[in-house]
Design a protein around this ligand. Structure first.
Ligand SMILES: [Zn+2]
Length: 243
């Protein structure tokens, strides 16, 4: 069945409602999008391993929390990845100086991985879904199964700030065997794993590390540390919202 026809039928059978105001039509309506208030400025960020951080929304905004919650938890609206990623792209267009990865070559996208248990529970990796959208718009390859989570950790949200850092220490690993990595094909909307090209390797590369929310930054810093240890030159974070 052609995708257009399928979507048309799905819309009739399961009409979409805005998760902010319940208006029919889309998961995120224009009115709510305005309230989400995309950042018009880029605030330079410098972490221990992250050299910068781009974030489109403030997590202090209750409506931002509502949408991200609907995406990550019940009812797990995976389709929110698209409109939420669009807000990140809006942010890139609104800020005074375009981010270096819009023009420069030599970047790859990597999403913050989930543990197997967490992935099974949610059914998808929310960071990877954002990565897929960014990959298709930015024309930057998204590499999966390269940075993996090797330790089951408590959800960071359940822990006090001090505990978050030690919770994720040693939790990630860059898989040394490149043929096990996968690259997202944004046109065919599928992963491919054969023939990973040199341009998609990590050594000497600049990585755009994608996650949904940046709070204390412990998870992203630990990922960035792991990536840099494996030979990555620079890591820049991209998230929907910052707490
Ligand atoms: Zn709405």
């Amino acid at each position: 069945m052609p995708r257009g026809v399928k979507n048309f039928l799905l819309d009739i059978l399961f009409p979409k409602f805005c998760l902010g105001c319940k208006k029919e039509g889309t998961f995120l309506c224009k009115d709510c999008e305005a309230v989400l208030d995309v950042q018009r400025r880029h605030q330079r960020f410098s972490g221990k391993y992250l050299s910068d951080l781009y974030w489109a929304l403030s997590y202090e905004n209750p409506l931002v929390k509502t949408f991200i919650h609907n995406f990550k938890y019940e009812p797990f609206v995976k389709e929110l990845a698209k409109p939420l990623s669009k807000l990140i792209l809006n942010h890139f267009q609104l800020i005074e100086n375009p981010p270096p990865f819009l023009e420069n070559k030599g970047f790859i996208l990597v999403s913050v991985p989930l543990s197997k248990k967490r992935l099974k529970w949610r059914g998808f990796n929310q960071a990877e879904e954002i990565g897929k959208e960014l990959s298709s718009f930015l024309k930057i390859p998204l590499i999966s199964n390269c940075l993996i989570k090797i330790k089951e950790t408590s959800p960071q949200v359940d822990l006090p700030e001090k505990k978050r850092k030690e919770n994720v220490v040693g939790a990630f690993l860059v898989k040394p065997v490149r043929k096990e990595w996968r690259v997202w094909d944004p046109v065919r909307k599928c992963w491919f794993s054969n023939g990973i090209k040199d341009k998609e390797k990590t050594k000497g590369k600049k990585v755009l590390l994608v996650d949904d929310v940046f709070t204390t930054g412990s998870t992203m810093e630990e990922c960035a540390k792991t990536l840099k240890k494996s030979g990555v030159k620079e890591v820049i974070g991209i998230v929907i919202a910052r707490g």
